[in-house]
Design a protein around this ligand. Structure first.
Ligand code: ADP
Ligand code: ZN
Length: 631
């Protein structure tokens, strides 16, 4: 039993590890409770949003248990691309860590295995297929027999679930850890919150007795905005130029081709954009990811193949040019912005074609009907958020089972949309769809229907004889954009379905109630894009006395900015020398605080959050020299 084992370290040990190794003065949120529980030998299931600080939840216990003579912590991680940086960050902080994956040659593997068996290693990162390999299991068993296997941490635990979007076959084998290594605590971590996935993790990893630690999923520093697609490229460019000049960010597209085209186009517009999708060579993908992590101001244009575990903390925006599949996906993808707690934007352009495409992908998939029903339900929840006229965050959090108040940091809170009653317009649109179909014997797409509604004479309206219909021109009072909104809303609500390869529209059963006028329909008034003020300060502004999201860098005076710039130059030299991303040396928040306080002694420098003992020792004098040189 954990309680009776006198070797378990105490809570005071873990507080001093946090300070000494990581340079942080306090735990965040539930970290303290999780660390205490795991250090004492308990199993844990940790659900925490991206940027919440999951890594410390197993790294501090790993160090504490190793110091107490309990041996190594094995971290299961699905992404070999990231292990290198994670291990680099630990070694920078003075913690002996290593990884085992296919990027190592034989000598490299042998070296790591020797370190492992010697007991010197504090943390070992490995891919799931390594861990369940017989040869590796034998090594773990020998450590276990000697009482030198301290902890298993299973990162990105949602990979074990087929319901999620990142399912990995190899994760299914990890339940053997519970059987084979009795008494070794296990902590599973994920940023995926839905019930289904959580139940799957518990079941498939045999974590029935693990204590769940569930954090709020709010990411207050992320500002959510969803704009109606008009000319998506122009809209994106305006967003990038007006609000994110010089920032790093991600632009998500649905298809590989669109990724390539969008990246080319952004480059032609003078931005540094790189494509990333599963159709590119592994080599190219690695190079692009590396540049994104290591250079400033790179825009990664990507499919969802890019992102899981990207722990670059200073991603300032995540833009969606296409609708994600569901709220989980949207939340995961947008969650890659602002891990450092500084302001970040989640921006999406959304239109009728998105709704149609996503519905069709579900309809045409070969999945079981049950699964399709679930997918449709999830898509509907996302569409409801896109169409929503009130706080986006309230909707998002509600989806994850949290109740909250309007946030003051989403588009709808910041610029409450004017509403108009579209009930009558919806009835007109439905009867137009019906009449055109009745007259021609087949359905038509949105463009033609809007022409008929607005009484716009075209070759098609003439040839099809639709100008004689009673619905021709009944909607002259509304703009084309308003009609697009009406039709999109009708499709989003499921009253209209899109059929066949030409996306023709047809009435669903539920349309009858709308036609009768029994279903009120409210829409947002189309708006000219609001001119935005330039610069990032916008993203930290706030309304009606709500707390601002602080950004130390934004508050620096001129001298502070000069120090910040000089420290960044110094940091990028160190990073290059160590072949690590700059943020691993020190993150922006730490650097900005150094610039603000301009410490002249090592003691003063040690007081800054993010400066641990090893880094103070390695870099303290150089930093003070950089600062002193600026007076
Ligand atoms: P997650 O894995 O949950 O997305 P990380 O473990 O990468 O989050 O942590 C996000 C950021 O927050 C990192 O830069 C980390 O150093 C920082 N951080 C985590 N815990 C603390 C803390 N207690 N105090 C200060 N910074 C923290
Ligand atoms: Zn809001």
């Amino acid at each position: 039993m954990p309680e009776t084992d006198h070797r378990h370290p105490s809570a005071t040990d873990t507080a001093s590890i946090l300070m000494e190794v990581f340079g942080y003065s306090a735990y965040r949120g539930q970290q303290a409770a999780i660390v205490d529980h795991v250090v004492a030998g308990g199993d844990a299931l940790v659900l925490m949003p991206t940027g919440g600080g999951k890594s410390l939840c197993y790294q501090v216990p790993a160090i504490a248990r190793h110091r107490a003579g309990l041996g190594v912590t094995v971290v299961v991680s699905p992404l070999i691309a990231l292990m290198h940086d994670q291990v680099g960050a630990l070694e920078e902080a003075g913690v002996h860590a290593a990884f085992l994956n296919s990027s190592l040659d034989l000598a490299g593997v042998q070296h790591v295995e020797r370190e492992l068996l010697s007991g010197r290693l504090v943390l070992l990162y490995a891919a799931p297929e390594r861990i369940t390999h017989p040869r590796f299991l034998a090594m773990l068993e020998s450590l276990h027999e000697r009482g030198k296997l301290g902890l298993f941490a299973i990162d990105e635990a949602h990979c074990v679930s087929q319901w999620g979007h990142d399912f990995r076959e190899e994760y299914l084998q990890l339940d053997m850890l519970a059987e084979r290594f009795v008494g070794v605590p296990r902590i599973a971590l994920t940023a995926t919150a839905d019930e289904h996935t959580r139940a799957d993790i518990v079941h498939r990893l045999s974590l029935q007795d693990a204590q769940p630690f569930i954090s709020s999923f709010d990411r207050p520093n992320i500002r959510y905005s969803i704009v109606e697609k008009d000319n998506a490229r122009t809209q994106l460019l305006r967003f990038l130029r007006d609000e994110h000049e010089g920032d790093a960010g991600i632009v998500y597209c649905q298809s590989r081709k669109k990724v390539d085209d969008t990246a080319d186009w952004l480059n032609a517009e003078g931005l540094t954009a790189l494509p990333y999708h599963a159709g590119l060579d592994a080599d190219v993908r690695r190079r692009h990811q590396d540049r994104f992590l290591r250079e400033d101001a790179v825009v990664m244009v990507a499919t969802v193949a890019f992102g899981m575990g990207i722990d670059k903390p200073d991603v300032r925006f995540v833009a969606h040019l296409d609708l994600p599949k569901n709220i989980e996906g949207y939340y995961q993808e947008t969650g890659r912005g602002g891990r450092d707690g500084e302001p970040a934007d989640a921006w999406m352009a959304y239109g009728l074609a998105d709704v149609v495409n996503q519905r069709r992908m579900i309809d045409e998939s070969t999945a079981e009907e049950d699964f399709k029903r679930l997918q449709r339900g999830k898509l509907d929840a996302l569409l409801a958020m896109c169409e929503s006229l009130d706080c986006r965050r309230v909707r998002l959090l509600n989806y994850f089972g949290e109740t909250s108040q309007p946030c003051g940091n989403c588009d709808n809170c910041l610029h409450p949309p004017a509403r108009w009653d579209a009930t009558e317009a919806a009835r007109k649109a439905l009867s137009c769809i019906y009449r055109c179909h009745q007259h021609s014997g087949f359905g038509f797409g949105a463009v033609h229907l809007i022409d008929v509604l607005r009484g716009t004479s075209t070759d098609k309206t003439r040839q099809r004889g639709h100008e004689s219909l009673s619905t021709f021109g009944i909607g002259r009072d509304l703009s084309e954009q308003q009609w697009r909104g009406v039709i999109r809303q009708l499709v989003a609500l499921g009253h209209v379905v899109s059929e066949g390869e030409y996306n023709t529209l047809a009435l669903a059963d539920s349309a009858r109630a709308v036609l009768r006028g029994d279903v009120p329909i409210e829409l947002r008034e189309p708006r000219e894009p609001t001119p935005r003020t330039r610069g990032r300060s916008k993203a930290s502004a706030s309304v009606s006395g709500k707390p601002k999201v602080p950004s130390v860098a934004a508050t620096l005076d001129d001298a502070g900015q000069r120090r910040f710039a000089a420290l960044k130059v110094w940091r990028s030299e160190v990073a290059k020398e160590h072949n690590l991303p700059a943020y691993i040396v020190f993150n922006d928040a730490t650097l900005a605080q150094m610039a603000a306080e301009a410490p002249h002694t090592l003691e003063a420098l040690a007081g800054i959050s993010g400066v641990g003992a090893k880094k103070l020792d390695a870099y303290g004098r150089e930093i003070i020299r950089v600062l002193d040189a600026l007076g």
